[in-house]
Each structure stands twice: as structure tokens, then as C-alpha cells.
Design a protein around this ligand. Structure first.
Ligand SMILES: [Zn+2]
Length: 166
């Protein structure tokens, strides 16, 4: 609660330092980014993106789930994005758990087996390729060619592209 209260104060300062403006809801760069929720990945800063320029979809691992496809379908069909950038990163928490282990942990703690897939992974590059394949094979998306995958190094802040392979 203390943290949220502090952030509310930050927002007061932020809002008073900015002129009122109305940006278009369509991202100016016609780009959607799917990435991990990791707190060390400041996507806008790392890519030089400004307000109103791109959709940024995040979850644990930057996994292409049904819900990410749902958002990408809205992004492309209703808000004009045409390119998709996938960003995984070094030292990802999803490499430190296993599907079976975390599923068992949840079930033992709650008595409820989760209905969702855990989607942990071992090999970063292979998981980026898996994500690329999921986007490219989705019938719900209009633009499936301009999809590129990267790994972000959380220590050096550098992006490395992952070759697709077949
Ligand atoms: Zn991560």
C-alpha cells in the first residue's frame, strides 16, 4: 500500500509536468511488441519508444498464449499494427522453474490444479523460435510475415536477433 501511495504522488508530479494532449490510439509506428514482465526490461527506454508509438504486451516469459493472440488480433485488425517484435531476455525466471514442478507446487498449496499452461522453457533461442512459429501460424492475424524475435541481455542492454531456421 505504501508503494502505491508513493506512486500516486509520482503521478501528480508527472501529470503537472505534462501538457494535456490527446494521442491517437493507433500506434504511430504500427508495431506490437510481446515481451516478458521482467522488471529489468524497460522496453520503451531500451528501444527509444515514445508515448503512443507501439503496443507492448507482457506476461511471464513473453509467451505467445491465446490471450496474446487475442490482443495481437485486436492490435492488427482494429488498431493498424503491421509488425510484431518478440523479445525474450537473459536470466529469465521461466528458465528457473519446470512446468511439472510449478504445477505441482500450485496444486499442493491450493488443492486446485491450474487450468493454464505454465510455459516454462530451457533454451532461450528455441523458445523465441517457438513463439515466432505460433505468431506466424495464427489464422487470426493479418500480418504474419514481419515478425522478428530477439533476446535482450539484461546486463548489457543489447538485443540479439534470433534466426528463424525451419
Ligand atoms: Zn523473463
Amino acid at each position: 500500500m505504501d508503494t502505491i501511495n508513493a506512486l500516486l504522488e509520482n503521478n501528480q508530479t508527472f501529470a503537472s509536468g505534462h501538457e494535456e494532449e490527446h494521442l491517437d490510439a493507433e500506434p504511430q509506428r504500427h508495431l506490437a511488441i510481446v515481451t516478458c514482465m521482467d522488471c529489468r526490461l524497460d522496453v520503451s527506454a531500451a528501444l527509444g519508444l515514445g508515448n503512443g508509438e507501439a503496443h507492448i504486451l507482457r506476461n511471464a516469459g513473453g509467451v505467445i498464449t491465446e490471450d496474446v493472440i487475442r490482443s495481437l488480433a485486436i492490435s492488427q485488425r482494429k488498431l493498424g499494427t503491421r509488425e510484431v517484435m518478440l523479445i525474450h531476455h537473459s536470466d529469465c525466471g521461466m528458465q528457473k522453474i519446470t512446468d511439472d514442478g510449478f504445477r505441482r507446487e500450485l496444486q499442493e498449496a491450493t488443492g486446485i490444479a491450474p487450468s493454464f499452461a505454465i510455459e516454462s522453457f530451457g533454451d532461450l533461442d528455441e523458445d523465441v523460435r517457438q513463439s515466432l512459429r505460433r505468431v506466424r501460424s495464427s489464422p487470426f492475424l493479418l500480418h504474419r510475415d514481419a515478425v522478428r524475435g530477439f533476446v535482450y541481455d539484461v546486463d548489457t542492454h543489447r538485443l540479439r536477433e534470433v534466426e528463424v531456421g525451419e
